[in-house]
Design a protein around this ligand. Structure first.
Ligand SMILES: Nc1nc2c(ncn2[C@@H]2O[C@H](COP(=O)(O)OP(=O)(O)OP(=O)(O)O)[C@@H](O)[C@H]2O)c(=O)[nH]1
Ligand SMILES: [Mg+2]
Length: 439
């Protein structure tokens, strides 16, 4: 996978369409485009061209051609876009011509990888672009766009800059102890490390909201057989996704539907009714129900108003759980169930369902996303930042200046891995720029 290769790939989705966008990038882009379109069009302007097969000169398509000379392109390299007629035969013929002219099909993510390698974006922005393409809901789209725009790159890059400066001061204090430097450089480095660590710790204490928004929430519906779990799932999904019957023990497997709750993608899982079962299939269903409840971000504990609350579902009423009293059409909801105020609903008549939707949307907003703040979105971010925080803590208590230096350097490396810019070399530049040491 050489960066010297000129690569191409469809930028638009698979299948037939009015237009298919093919993207090319790499050092031979200009030559290849000349060979295919008979000349280089004006940069960054759409031009209508005949595309010809290199050997036979047969016209393959009439296409809009865009030429993006590097470095001011997405990848930073010379690149081009061909807006073809979107049929499979057109695409195949043009791809064949590109290969004949010396390009090769791109690997997954190779354009963005090149953009990163050419310094067009940091790693977190590249991840943001992947997330933007995968985004299914409004809140996901907003979070991904923020990240692709460099919100995390700026935050983490800013921290890395401050850290590099602290390290430079600390190194200077060691190297040039004899010279005419301020004497409290070491103390300042420690204080700076403490301030930085506090900011990072605040950013980390987000209860996983950014990660949850990116991945989607899992909400598990739990309750005794016949409580009306499957009926509620169907009501919320707006379709008959799960089988409902008057027989206790109807649902055996986990039945899942996807919902969009206030912009947060949610997987709502209906589960087997919890009880002391004999049947081995039902037992397996109940095991799965419990497992799903353990994994869930939110549990909906369902009780029927015409039956006493069962012990196991009561045990699932943990902080944050949503408690439902279903079937209020046949009996009134009790004021409290297991110490919690239940939401009165009827899956049959629809009473209380809009309250339930509002409540779920509020819970989703609480658990995932945070309006305008830039949140970390991947375990990778959390791991690297936690590492940096640990090293900063180390720097604050280290006994020797050299150890402070070591710890700061390690913290900087963690941040460097996070953004993908691991340069410790630039510290020297900062030393000399900040201190004018020597003559
Ligand atoms: N009157 C009334 N009946 C309901 C309501 N919700 C569900 N039912 C009935 O209760 C019975 C059980 O409903 P299900 O949705 O299958 O219950 P479940 O909790 O999924 O039951 P299992 O899958 O066996 O665990 C069915 O006959 C439903 O029609 C309600 O709000 N009011
Ligand atoms: Mg059911």
């Amino acid at each position: 996978m050489s960066q010297q290769d000129t690569i191409f790939a469809m930028a638009s989705g698979a299948g037939r369409g009015a237009v298919a966008v093919l993207r090319m990038s790499g050092p031979a882009s200009a030559t290849i485009l000349q060979g295919l379109a008979g000349g280089l069009p004006e940069a960054r302007r759409a031009s209508l061209r005949r595309l010809r097969a290199p050997q036979t000169a047969e016209v393959l398509d009439h296409a809009l051609v865009l030429w993006f000379p590097g470095p001011a392109s997405y990848t930073g390299e010379d690149s081009a876009e061909l807006h073809l007629h979107g049929g499979p035969a057109v695409i195949a013929a043009v791809a064949q011509a590109l290969v004949a002219l010396g390009a090769r099909p791109a690997e997954p993510g190779e354009f963005t990888r090149r953009a990163f390698l050419n310094g067009r974006m940091d790693l977190t922005a590249a991840e943001g672009i992947a997330d933007l393409i995968a985004a299914e809901t409004e809140a996901q789209r907003r979070q991904a766009l923020r990240q692709a725009d460099g919100a995390l790159a700026r935050l983490y890059g800013g921290w890395a800059d401050r850290l590099a400066r602290l390290l430079a001061h600390q190194e200077a204090a060691i190297e040039f102890a004899e010279d005419d430097l301020p004497t409290d450089l070491g103390d300042r480095a420690r204080a700076g490390a403490a301030a930085l660590r506090a900011e990072m710790a605040t950013h980390l204490a987000d209860e996983g909201r950014g990660e949850r928004l990116r991945e989607g929430l899992l909400v598990a519906i739990l309750g005794a057989p016949n409580a009306g779990k499957s009926s509620l799932l169907n009501a919320l999904a707006g379709r008959e996704a799960a089988i409902v019957s008057a027989r206790a023990g109807t649902t055996r497997d986990v039945v899942e539907v996807r919902l969009d709750l206030a912009g947060v993608p949610v997987t709502l899982a209906d589960t087997a009714g919890l009880r002391e079962a004999q049947d081995e299939i039902e037992l397996e269903g109940i095991r799965r129900a419990r497992r799903r409840a353990e994994e869930a971000d939110l549990v909906l504990a369902v009780f029927a108003t015409d039956a006493p609350p069962d012990a196991e579902t009561l045990a699932w009423i943990r902080p944050g759980a949503v408690v439902l009293a279903n079937k209020v059409d046949i009996a009134p909801a009790p004021g409290l169930i297991g110490g919690a105020v239940p939401l009165p609903v009827s899956a049959r008549t629809g009473v209380g369902l809009s309250n339930l939707r509002d409540r779920l949307a509020a819970e989703a907003a609480r658990l995932a996303g945070a309006g305008d703040a830039a949140l970390l979105t991947r375990p990778r971010h959390r791991a690297a930042l936690s590492e940096a925080v640990a090293w900063l803590a180390e720097a604050e208590v280290a006994a020797l200046p050299e150890l402070v230096s070591e710890a700061l350097r390690a913290a900087l490396r963690s941040l460097g891995r996070l953004t993908g810019r691991v340069g410790v070399e630039d510290i020297l530049d900062i030393v000399f720029r900040d201190f004018c040491i020597g003559k």
